[in-house]
Design a protein around this ligand. Structure first.
Ligand code: HEC
Length: 488
């Protein structure tokens, strides 16, 4: 009897304690939920309220539910591929053909891979960076489908340790670049391939170390205006809130970027820098410093067509956000702008993922789609956001646009329809396609006012604020023929 009572008291106590723990955990901020359970639910309402973009840009929640969403590559047909290393998967986010701002469907493209992270497409292949190998699959870029069995073109890459993801990109020079992070926070590596960017022939042969002293360069891309390779790099941890800066480096062949002996602009590391003065002096200073512990990951140089003028020479960088800082930093996408003397200016691009220590998203990677729209992945909620600009980039529903877009004479409404969709004409002229707050100018009875030639002339010099689009005479005649049909 006494035992029974004791047991039931213990039982009640257990329930109370367990209940208390659940209550406490549920009161903690979402990051713990995210870390404990792999993925936080996307908070659409909070995102709506908090996300800020520069004037004229808008975002939509393009797809969600892909736990651990990491790196991406855009397919020319409008699809986006996305890696989920912990799930061993690569997803395909099908293009938004119905124009509702969301991917039409999310499908598993590949599974049972060994922590796939970096992705790239080149010459009919999809390249996938597993944690210790590079695979390539024949890939059909029109259909967005795998077209044959994979080849393992590189194996035996150093695995495990602090920085186990690999990023792969095919460079404009045709070489395949692979970044391999350090195994530790700060140490001398035994494997010389750690903390480097390597490169190989695209068939995996002729591997060589390209640049060293890079603690963890998760994202890299080539500046379209001069072909220079730039890479993000995460500074070391456990040296306080504000040191050292995270880095953007301009990577040159044979370059040494300081880790583990130096931080930031050749400042000796307190643990490893002693007696390494000569090496430190030879190391290359960052091209740009980000805030300490902001964790820059993916980056992309944007194609400036259709964007505001100051994006002419610019890149977007995802700052994943700090884990070892007493006040959170990062948790945003920034834009970098190269001014005419090559100076880099950093600005906020997409903010609001962290407000007063409350986290609702962590940006990882950024790619620009075939139509110019910008896709941003978030491994905190397993989502991808899509960012468009005014009527000019990404606001038209993606259509399978058979090439060519133009022909010699012009005046063909079938070609015109493609320009109408591609250029996002409906976003200002039809309520259904307009973003909230846009003033819609309805078009009607145009046939009473214009013929094909005079409408083509109007489009060559439209009445402001109707924008001027960069089209050839033939393309304008195609477009005019279609617009006359649509708004007879
Ligand atoms: C950013 C918004 C915007 C976009 C995008 C846009 N337009 Fe316009 N458009 C306007 C505005 C505003 C006017 C009215 C100008 C005025 O005050 O006369 C206009 C006027 C026109 C007119 C003249 C209508 C008339 O009654 O004379 C035509 C035709 C037209 N647009 C076609 C197009 C086509 C074709 C496209 C796509 C290539 C397009 N527009 C894209 C804003 C836009």
């Amino acid at each position: 009897m006494v035992r029974k009572i004791a047991l039931s008291i213990a039982g009640v106590a257990l329930v109370v304690v367990a209940g208390g723990v659940i209550f406490i955990v549920s009161q903690l901020n979402v990051p713990l939920w995210g870390t404990l359970f792999g993925r936080a639910e996307v908070q659409a309402g909070a995102l709506e309220e908090r996300i800020r973009l520069p004037e004229g840009f808008r975002w939509t929640l393009y797809a969600t539910g892909m736990t651990n969403a990491r790196f991406m590559v855009a397919v020319p047909n409008g699809d986006v591929l996305l890696s989920a290393p912990r799930q061993g998967r690569v997803y395909v986010l099908r293009a938004d053909k119905n124009g509702d701002g969301r991917s039409d469907s999310v499908e598993v493209l590949l599974e049972d891979l060994n922590r796939p992270h970096g992705l790239d497409l080149a010459d009919g292949y999809l390249y996938v960076a597993e944690t210790d190998a590079i695979l390539r699959y024949p890939f059909n870029e029109e259909a967005g489908t795998i077209a044959g069995p994979p080849e393992q073109i590189v194996s035996g890459l150093p695995r495990g340790g602090n920085h186990w993801t690999k990023t792969v990109r095919i460079g404009p020079d045709g070489w395949m670049y692979v970044s391999i992070g350090s195994s530790c926070n700060v140490c001398e590596e035994r494997d010389s391939r750690r903390a480097t960017i390597m490169r190989f022939r695209p068939d995996g042969s002729a591997g060589e170390i390209f640049a060293t002293g890079l603690r963890n360069s998760v994202g890299f891309d080539w500046a379209p205006w001069d072909g220079s390779l730039y890479a993000t790099d995460n500074g070391r941890d456990l040296m306080g809130d504000d040191y050292p800066p995270c880095e953007l480096n301009r990577i040159i062949e044979g370059g040494f970027y300081g880790w583990p002996y130096a931080n930031g602009d050749r400042a000796p590391d307190p643990d490893m820098g002693a007696g390494k003065g000569e090496l430190i002096a030879q190391s290359i200073a960052p091209a740009h410093g980000f805030g300490a512990h902001t964790a820059p990951l993916g980056m992309v140089f944007v194609r400036p067509q259709g964007l505001p003028d100051d994006f002419r020479q610019s890149a977007l960088v995802a700052l994943h956000g700090s884990w070892n800082r007493s006040i959170k930093a990062g948790y945003r996408v920034v834009s970098l702008h190269w001014d005419p003397d090559g100076k880099i200016i950093e600005r906020d691009f997409m903010t609001g993922f962290e407000v007063d220590e409350d986290v609702i998203g962590r940006p990882v990677d950024i790619v620009q789609g075939a139509d110019g729209a910008i896709y941003i992945s978030d491994d905190f909620t397993g989502s991808v956001y899509r960012v468009t600009y005014r009527g000019t980039i990404g606001s038209a529903p993606a259509q399978a646009l058979p090439l060519p877009l133009s022909h010699r004479e012009g005046g063909d409404p079938d070609y015109g329809r493609r320009h109408f969709a591609r250029l996002g004409c409906a976003t200002c002229h039809e309520e259904s396609a307009a973003s909230p707050g846009t003033r819609v100018v309805a078009l009607a009875k145009l046939a009473g006012k214009y013929d094909r030639e005079s409408l083509a002339e109007y489009l060559a010099a439209p009445q402001p604020p109707m924008p001027l689009f960069d089209l050839t005479d033939a393309e304008r005649r195609d477009l005019a023929a279609y617009v006359l049909k649509r708004y007879r």
